[in-house]
Design a protein around this ligand. Structure first.
Ligand code: SF4
Length: 294
C-alpha cells in the first residue's frame, strides 16, 4: 500500500468531525494538511458560527480550514437555468401516491466539491488522471456507535480513515470532549430545509430561528410543483413536492417532536444516515431518476 501524499479531514462540522479536528489541533492524533468543509450555502446560522470557531482553533494549530462549494442548494433548486440536483423531497402523486425523490444533493454539493479539492491539492485537477500511487488520506468522523457507516473510498486516490474508531470513541465521548473544550454547543449540520429533519428539528428551527423557518416554509411553497428548471423546460412535476413527510405545506404541519429524535445525526458528506432512496418509499411519479415526469 503506498504511503499517503497528504492527509485531509472531511469536516462536516457536526459533533464527530469537530471532535476529530480538535483532537488533531491538540496533537492527540496526527495533524491534517487541511480540513475541508463543503458548504451547500443553506446551513443554519449556528453552523456557520460554529465553523468560524473551528477555523480559529484550526488556524492556531496550523491546519487550514478550507470551504468548498458547488453552489447554493436552495437558490439552484429555484433557478430555471440550473440543473436540479434532487433533494430527498417527499412526493405526492396525482392519485395520492406517496414517495420520495432520489437524493442527489449530498453527492453534488458535498462529495463532488471535496473530491475536486483533493484532486486540485494533489496536483491532478479533473480531468487529469491521478497516477497510481498518489493517494490522500481522508479522515472521516464516524464514532463507534455509527461503525456501520464506515466505508472505503470509491476512488483510488483517496483512502478513508476513521480516527474515532481507532480511539474507540462513541458519540457521547465526543460530546463530553467538545464540552470540556468550550464546544458544547456544537450544532447539527444539515441544510435549513432538509426533508430529513425530524419534527424535533423542525420545531427547534421554528422556535430558535424564525427567519430560517420562514425561509424553509417559502422554499417548501416554491418547490411544490417541481424544480424551476423542469418547469422552465415544460416538464412540470406530475404530482407535488413537500419538505415534510406529512406531505402538507410545512407551515400547516402540526409538529410532534419526540425526545428520541432530539440528537439525530446531521448530513456529513460520507456519513448521511439515510440511503439514497428510502427503502419504504414508493415512487409517486415514475420515469426519470428524479421522478419528475411530464
Ligand atoms: S442536508 Fe439534506 S438537503 Fe442538504 S445535502 Fe444533506 S440530504 Fe441534501
Amino acid at each position: 500500500m503506498s504511503a499517503p501524499t497528504a492527509r485531509y479531514l472531511s469536516l462536516g462540522a457536526g459533533v464527530q468531525s469537530s471532535t476529530v479536528l480538535l483532537l488533531a489541533a491538540q496533537g492527540r492524533i496526527p495533524t491534517f494538511d487541511a480540513a475541508v468543509f463543503a458548504d451547500t450555502g443553506w446551513e443554519p446560522d449556528a453552523v456557520y458560527r460554529h465553523l468560524d470557531r473551528l477555523a480559529t482553533i484550526a488556524d492556531r494549530a496550523g491546519i487550514p480550514l478550507v470551504r468548498v462549494s458547488a453552489g447554493n442548494i436552495r437558490a439552484d433548486a429555484l433557478d430555471p437555468a440550473h440543473r436540479f440536483a434532487s433533494m430527498p423531497l417527499f412526493t405526492l402523486g396525482p392519485a395520492g401516491e406517496r414517495g420520495m425523490a432520489r437524493r442527489q444533493c449530498t453527492g453534488e454539493y458535498k462529495i463532488k466539491p471535496i473530491k475536486a479539492e483533493v484532486r486540485r491539492r494533489l496536483g491532478y485537477p479533473h480531468p487529469r488522471r491521478v497516477p497510481a500511487g498518489v493517494v490522500a488520506e481522508m479522515a472521516i468522523g464516524i464514532s463507534v456507535d455509527e461503525i456501520h457507516r464506515a466505508r472505503d473510498a470509491d476512488v483510488a486516490y483517496m483512502r478513508n480513515t476513521f480516527p474515532l474508531l481507532n480511539l474507540g470513541w462513541r458519540r457521547g465521548d465526543c460530546i463530553a470532549y467538545l464540552a470540556e473544550h468550550g464546544l458544547g454547543a456544537t450544532p447539527r449540520s444539515a441544510c435549513v430545509g432538509c426533508p430529513y429533519h425530524t419534527d424535533a428539528e423542525w420545531a427547534r428551527l421554528r422556535s430558535d430561528s424564525p427567519t430560517q423557518w420562514a425561509d424553509a416554509v417559502a422554499f417548501d411553497h416554491a418547490i411544490r410543483h417541481g424544480s424551476a428548471r423542469a418547469n422552465a423546460a415544460g416538464q412540470p412535476l406530475r404530482g407535488q413536492f413537500f419538505v415534510h413527510r406529512q406531505r402538507i405545506p410545512l407551515d400547516e404541519v402540526r409538529l410532534r417532536p419526540r425526545p428520541a429524535d432530539a440528537h439525530t445525526p446531521g448530513c456529513g458528506p460520507w456519513t448521511c444516515p439515510h440511503p439514497e432512496v428510502e427503502p419504504h418509499a414508493q415512487p409517486a411519479v415514475s420515469g426519470s431518476p428524479m421522478r419528475e415526469v411530464a
